[in-house]
Design a binder for this molecule. Structure first.
Ligand SMILES: N[C@@H](CCC(=O)N[C@@H](CS)C(=O)NCC(=O)O)C(=O)O
Length: 254
């Protein structure tokens, strides 16, 4: 459980569920979907990543990496989207989104989504789509350098700072990792409605935002027939409409 003791003490007095999140953020999407699926009331604190609203003393005092989402549950600060959805499911168990047959395998899908975020998902999205849209001004860059202490994120963002840009090498590396992952996901979904079988679980909630964002970036999912069928099944789900579409109707237009 990724619980943070915030330096921004103002959030410790918040009552109920509060979510700091971004409309276009795939990590925020999975938390919004989980809240929706469970019918939980929550207060929205929306941060526009394109306006760099996450780069502030106030927000780094809540989330030390300056990333969205952050969930506050009665003053307790939770970070890391896949840990947040696991926490929500344990704390608010109805309806259960935990695999009855194989919880360990379900949690492996969550861990995989977390571990591929910086090496594969984030670079693909930046390189193909958003690096220019989230380009920092000199002032924002200076503030980011002052606030950010995480080396992996500093290195990641230095690749598109100023006149620099992610290039073919970054895309090729991402594509290689994503291909291996989607071959595995497509095989898993063969003959199954959802990732864990007939039961809709946190594994589906963790991965559909990745699909939504990557397809918006032009990722060629047509070759993966089981993934495409699985993704189509989400359009009828309320949690998909409320967690993703309500906030970001089409990632290709962000
Ligand atoms: N491992 C983190 C990753 C969070 C993350 O990278 N969030 C992105 C949006 S999906 C973000 O805040 N980007 C802004 C930045 O990198 O400064 C999680 O799952 O919560």
């Amino acid at each position: 459980m990724a619980v943070i003791v915030p330096t921004n003490k103002s959030v410790e007095s918040l009552k109920g569920l509060h979510l700091y999140h971004g409309d276009i953020s795939n990590c925020s999407m999975r938390v919004r979907m989980t809240l929706s699926e469970k019918g939980l009331d929550w207060t929205s604190h929306h941060l526009d990543l394109k306006k760099k609203e996450n780069i502030s003393d106030e927000y780094f005092g809540i989330n030390p990496k300056g990333l969205v989402p952050t969930l506050i549950d009665n003053g307790v600060v939770h970070v890391e989207s896949n840990e947040i959805i696991d926490y929500l499911d344990s704390t608010y168990p109805k309806p259960s989104l935990r695999s009855k047959d194989n919880e360990a395998e379900m949690l492996e899908w969550l861990t995989l989504a977390t571990s591929l975020h910086v090496p594969a998902i984030k670079p693909y999205v930046y390189a193909t789509m958003i690096q220019k849209k989230v380009q920092k001004t000199a002032e924002e860059e200076e503030k980011y350098q002052e606030l950010q202490t995480n080396k992996e994120l500093k290195d990641f963002h230095s690749k598109h700072a100023g006149s620099k840009a992610f290039g073919d090498k970054d895309i090729a590396q991402s594509k290689k990792i994503l291909e291996e992952t989607f071959i595995k996901l497509d095989k898993t979904l063969d003959g199954r409605t959802w990732i864990m079988g007939e039961q809709f679980t946190l594994a589906d909630i963790s991965w559909i935002p990745v699909h939504f964002v990557l397809i918006g970036c032009g990722y060629p999912f047509e070759q993966y027939t089981n993934i495409s069928r699985w993704a189509n099944a989400f359009t009828a789900k309320q949690c998909y409409q409320e967690g993703i579409i309500k906030w970001c109707s089409d990632f290709s237009k962000v």
